[in-house]
Each structure stands twice: as structure tokens, then as C-alpha cells.
Design a protein around this ligand. Sequence first.
Ligand code: 5GP
Length: 203
Amino acid sequence: MVCERGTIGYMTDAHDSHTTAQAYVVAGPSGVGKGTILASLCDRAPECWLSISATTRSPRPGEIDGVHYFFLTEKEFDRLLAEGNMLEWAVVHGKHRYGTPRGPVEDALAHGKTVILEVDLDGARQIRSSMPQVRQIFIAPPSFDVLERRLRSRATETEEQIRRRLETARVELAAADEFDIVLVNDSVARATDELLHICGLSK
Ligand code: 5GP
């Protein structure tokens, strides 16, 4: 089996014995546009499979359990951890826990999907150590000012939450060099094109 360097490869016979499934980590500060880019990626490449994270934070207006996140109680999150059912997890913005449920990722890979894991810096580091072949992509803003403006303009967080997210963003931006690829989101269309190319999904 020939695998592109820096990707995880599985030969699978679930659909096609020649399918090579691959996983990619996508990280980057809150407000950088990861969600928009990933939604656009999945629209354009339905063969890509986006992991749904679990979180202990409450849903924002419009967020649906099982679609945007699995919204769990602290106890439910503890149980998944105790059962070894999290691929990685972290406390994000010093407050709530977020993690990647293991089973659905393994199923998607076994079915030959291109798997995308959206995680924070801590989660990316855990995956780097447990799955070193997974290619890691960091989405960066054109500048810190642009990030701050985007975060404020979406108006979904309180001033205290914005301040916390900006603090986390400084730490994350300082670690961008740890990633295999840094993608600057100066245009959603261009960043999506590049991501499709990186993930081998360009038509
Ligand atoms: P939000 O609360 O804005 O939906 O997400 C906050 C941050 O949580 C995201 O920017 C992302 O970095 C992080 N995050 C989302 N899902 C996961 C996950 O499954 N694992 C980890 N470690 N971080 C996550």
C-alpha cells in the first residue's frame, strides 16, 4: 500500500478493497472560520466525513444535539473517558471539555471515508502522539486584528468569553509551526480549495 507521507492509511474491504482511508486534523483559533471552511469542504466533497465532537458546554441558539456536537453532561463525558471511547479530549478556553468520540471515527475510516477531526491545540498534540501519520492542518487568520474583529462580529459570546478566546488564540497562533501545513483564511473559497487539494479531494 502506498500512502502519502503524513496521512494515516487503512486498506478496507468494507466497500472497495483498494480504498485508502485517511484522516486529517484541522485546528486553529476560535473565530478563524474553521466551521465555515469545513462546511464548504463537505458540501463540495460529500465523501469527506466530519467527526462530531462531544462537549460539556451548552448548545448555542440553533445548535442541534448530534449535528453540531453531542452535548453531554459532565457525568456522560466522564463515562466515555472511563470506557476509553475518546480519541482525544481537552478543556478548551479553560472551561468546558471537548473530545472526539473514537467509535464513529474508526467506523468512518473502515468505510474508506476521508475523516476530518476538528480539535484544539491540546487535542492536536494528543493525536500527533497517538496517530503520528495523521496530517495536521492549522487554519490561521490574516492577522490577530482580523481574528478579533471576526470574533466580535459573530456576537455569539459575552465580552468575558471573547477575552478568554483571544487569550487562547494567542497561545494557539504561537504553536502554528507544530503543524504540517498552515492555511491562512483570507478567503473562504480559496482556503476551501486548498484544503480540498491537501485532502486529495479536488475534482
Ligand atoms: P466552540 O465552543 O466555539 O464550538 O468550540 C471551541 C473550540 O473547541 C473550537 O475552536 C475547537 O478548537 C475546540 N474543539 C471542538 N471540538 C473539539 C474536540 O473534539 N476536541 C478538542 N480537543 N477540541 C475541540
